[in-house]
Design a protein around this ligand. Structure first.
Ligand code: PBG
Length: 332
C-alpha cells in the first residue's frame, strides 16, 4: 500500500525528501537610507516594525553584517528631505544625491555585495508618482527620458543592477541603450516587469516619505498608480510585460508583490526560464510582523514558510525586509 506518511515520520526522512530549499544566497535585502544630519542615526518607521531608515554610516555597519551572513545583494531606497523634492524629481539626476553617495560609500567599504538601485522618480517627486505628471496624466515618454538619465547617474556611482520599478512602457530598451552609450554594457537590468497596483505598498511609502497625497490622489484617498501598474486581476498581461522587457534587454525580472502573486511567478518561470525574483513588499512584511508582535502567529515560522513558498513557486530569489533574520535562521 502507498502510505505517504512513511517519509514524514523522522526528521532525517523529512530532510531527505524535502523538495525545495531556501538558502541565504536566495535573499536580497531592501534597505532605507535617510539624509537627515540631525536626529537619531536609525529612524523608526512606525508602519514597519523592526525596519529602520539608516544613516549612511549606520547603513554601512548593517550592510557589513548582511555581507558576512552571505546575503548576495541589497536594494537601496532613499528618504530625502521634502525640500529636495520637486514636480519632476530633479534630485534623481544629481550625481551627488543620497543614493549615489550611499552607493559610493558601500562600494568602498563593502565591495563584494551586489548593489541594486531602483529606477523610478517617486522618492524624489512632490506628488509621489513614479513619473512626470501633467494635467493629471503620467507622461510615458517624457518619464522614460529622465529614467535613462537616472539609470546612468546611478551606474556612474557604482550601482551593479539597475531596477526600473516605474512600469512605463519601453523603458527597459531605452535604459539599455543609454547605458550602452555611456560604456555601461555590463550593468544588469532587473526589471520590475510584473508590478501590480497594490495596497501592499502602503508602509513603503511611509518609509521613503512619499505618502502624503496631492491633487486627484487626495480626492481618492490613496495614491492611484493604476494607469501604469498592473491590474491585480490580470495574469496573461504579466507574461506580455515580461516578454517585452526581455526582448528590450532585461537580464532578470521581478514579480511584485509576492505572496498574492505566486501563480504569476510560477507562470513566468515556467514559460521563460529566466532569473525571476519575488518582492515580499512592505505591506506583506508589516502584516505578518504585526500579527507576530501580537503573539498571534510564530514570527520565524511564518516568515520562513512564506519565503520557501516563493522558491517553490519558481522564484530564484526574494527581496525581503526579513532578510537578515532569515539569514541568521538559515545559518543556524
Ligand atoms: C517605487 C517603488 C515602490 C516599491 C518599490 N519601489 C512603491 C510604489 O510603487 O508605490 C514598494 C516596495 C514595498 O512596498 O516594499 N517605484
Amino acid at each position: 500500500m502507498i502510505r505517504l506518511r512513511r517519509n514524514r515520520q523522522q526528521p532525517w526522512s523529512r530532510a531527505l525528501t524535502q523538495e525545495t530549499r531556501l538558502s541565504v544566497e536566495n535573499l536580497i535585502w531592501p534597505v532605507f537610507v535617510h539624509d537627515g544630519s540631525q536626529g537619531p542615526e536609525d529612524q523608526i518607521i512606525p508602519s514597519m516594525p523592526g525596519v529602520f531608515r539608516y544613516s549612511k554610516n549606520s547603513l554601512i555597519e548593517n550592510i557589513k553584517i548582511a555581507s558576512d551572513l552571505g546575503i548576495p545583494a541589497v536594494a537601496i531606497f532613499p528618504h530625502i528631505s521634502a525640500s529636495k523634492k520637486d514636480e519632476k524629481g530633479s534630485e534623481a539626476l544629481n550625481p551627488n544625491n543620497l543614493v549615489c553617495e550611499t552607493v559610493n560609500l558601500i562600494k568602498s567599504k563593502v565591495p563584494n555585495i551586489g548593489l541594486i538601485c531602483d529606477v523610478a522618480l517617486d522618492p524624489y517627486t512632490t506628488h509621489g508618482h513614479d513619473g512626470i505628471v501633467e494635467d493629471g496624466k503620467i507622461l510615458n515618454d517624457a518619464t522614460v527620458e529622465i529614467l535613462c538619465q537616472q539609470a546612468v547617474n546611478q551606474a556612474k556611482a557604482g550601482a551593479d543592477v539597475l531596477a526600473p520599478s516605474d512600469m512605463m512602457d519601453l523603458r527597459v530598451g531605452e535604459i539599455r541603450k543609454a547605458l550602452d552609450l555611456k560604456g555601461f554594457q555590463d550593468k544588469i537590468i532587473l526589471s520590475y516587469a510584473a508590478k501590480y497596483a497594490s495596497a501592499f505598498y502602503g508602509p513603503f511609502r511611509d518609509a521613503v516619505g512619499s505618502s502624503s497625497l496631492t491633487g486627484a490622489d487626495k480626492k481618492l484617498g490613496f495614491r492611484d498608480k493604476s494607469t501604469y501598474q498592473m491590474n491585480p486581476a490580470n495574469s496573461d498581461e504579466a507574461l506580455r510585460e515580461v516578454e517585452l522587457d526581455l526582448s528590450e534587454g532585461a537580464d532578470m525580472v521581478m514579480v511584485k508583490p509576492g505572496l498574492a502573486y505566486l501563480d504569476i511567478i510560477y507562470r513566468i518561470k515556467s514559460k521563460f526560464g529566466v532569473p525571476t525574483f519575488a518582492y515580499q513588499v512592505s505591506g506583506e512584511y508589516s502584516s505578518l510582523m504585526s500579527a507576530a508582535e501580537n503573539g498571534w502567529v510564530d514570527k520565524n515560522r511564518i516568515f520562513m514558510e512564506t519565503l520557501v513558498s516563493f522558491k517553490r513557486a519558481g522564484a530564484d530569489g526574494i527581496l525581503t525586509y526579513f532578510a537578515i533574520e532569515a539569514a541568521k535562521i538559515l545559518r543556524g
